[in-house]
Design a protein around this ligand. Structure first.
Ligand code: KIV
Ligand code: ZN
Length: 388
């Protein structure tokens, strides 16, 4: 099995479905270009039948982007597929992503159908899309809650019909990591012809398990991961690109799988998406949150100043963040204060540092945000007292 994972970014499709996050075509092109710079393999650019704006965006992104594959989403409906194919006409490499719900809920309570009829529609949709493009991805919506035996039947049939990628979405974010991993393993071991297609994960984050489920899927044979920048997406969001990529990079010795992502562009892309979509990143968000490389307690600050790896498992420079930050709070120790003073150009004697530190603690108990000018004032006061 290959040790290369394809990164399928769906920020502009599943991510953009979030209320209030809609982008215009110009903004989408800017994000698509940033994703290209980041090194993603596939950009899902939209759902062309859904609106004229989405159609136009897929067309324009196809023109603007040179090397990643451009993907357009459809339902298992011929008209959707016709429109998607039309929107991809300028794509250097185009992919149609078609599919249908396969869980009991979707078959009976959404599609009002039967498992056999759904299987037939799945195969028809793939064959129809194949008339337009070689690269056809099939999604089994709500695969997370689909019984493995039936899912395997569907996957086998769509691969036989020509699907190059089969997406196994945990649409509702329901699976536990070991369950999702076992599902992928079951497909890898039980689907005839599975090696002819790439198995993909597409995990939602309703219970905060999207990244864990994605990694579990990868460990069990999936070689494409569908992700979004900052994990944005429907409800609690999708799997976040930066988490998956940095897990694979940081734990390469254990997992042995690589991506083509230029990780140094992660932070820039995260800021761009957050700003354009007006969607703030939570401060403690893994990898890209404001506090992801910030240390505030005295013990951690002292440790990280002695040797960064004491408290950091990633180098911030690897994700495009200049350096870790040592925040000055009432929990900070002398080491952190001394470090900040040195950056500010002050070199104090041991006694003076002690004096400033005492004043600093009093101030930090009252004031949450200690800035450089506060520190400069404290140093000034201590110096003035000395000259009295
Ligand atoms: O979550 C999901 O099942 C999807 C499919 C349309 C791929 O987004
Ligand atoms: Zn989704």
């Amino acid at each position: 099995m290959s040790d290369r994972l394809f990164i399928f970014d769906t920020t502009l499709r599943d991510g953009e479905q979030v209320p209030g996050c809609q982008l215009n075509t110009v903004e989408k092109i800017e994000v698509a270009k940033a994703l290209q710079e980041l090194g993603v393999d596939i950009i899902e650019a939209g759902f062309p039948i859904s609106s004229p704006g989405d159609f136009e965006s897929v067309v324009e992104i196809s023109k603007a982007v040179t090397w990643p594959t451009i993907c357009a989403l459809t339902r298992a409906v011929q008209k959707d597929i016709d429109v998607a194919a039309e929107s991809l006409k300028y794509a250097k490499k185009g992919r149609i992503h078609t599919g249908i719900g396969t869980s009991y809920f979707h078959i009976h309570h959404k599609l009002n159908s039967t498992p056999d009829a759904i299987l037939e529609r799945a195969v028809e949709a793939v064959k129809y899309a194949k008339k337009y493009v070689e690269d056809v991805e099939f999604y089994a919506e709500d695969a997370g809650r689909t019984e493995n035996e039936y899912l395997a039947k569907v996957v086998e049939a769509v691969i036989k019909a020509g699907a190059t990628v089969v997406n196994i979405p945990d649409t509702t974010g329901y699976c536990l990591p070991h369950e999702f991993g076992e599902k992928i393993k079951y497909l890898v071991e039980n689907v005839n012809g599975v090696h002819k297609a790439v198995i993909s994960t597409h995990c939602h984050n309703d219970l905060g398990m999207a990244t864990a489920n994605t990694i579990s899927g990868i460990m069990n044979g999936a070689r494409q991961a569908e992700v979004t920048i900052n994990g944005i997406g429907e409800r609690a969001g999708n799997t976040s690109l930066e988490e998956v990529v940095m897990i694979l990079k940081s734990r390469y010795q254990v997992l042995g799988i690589e991506t083509g992502v230029n990780t140094k562009n992660i932070y820039h892309t995260s800021r761009l998406v957050s700003t354009l979509m007006n969607m703030p990143v939570q401060p403690n968000k893994a990898v890209v949150g404001r506090n992801a490389f910030a240390h505030s307690s005295g013990i951690h600050q002292d440790g990280v100043l002695k040797f960064r790896e004491n408290y950091e498992i990633m180098d911030p420079a690897d994700v495009g963040i200049n350096e870790s930050s040592i925040l000055l709070t009432a929990r900070s120790g002398r080491a952190a204060l001394k470090h900040r003073l040195e950056i500010m150009g002050f070199e104090l004697t041991k006694e003076k540092l002690e004096e400033v530190y005492e004043q600093f603690l009093k101030l930090a108990d009252k004031k949450k945000d200690i800035r450089d000018d506060d520190i400069a004032l404290l140093v000034g006061d201590a110096t003035r007292q000395e000259h009295r």
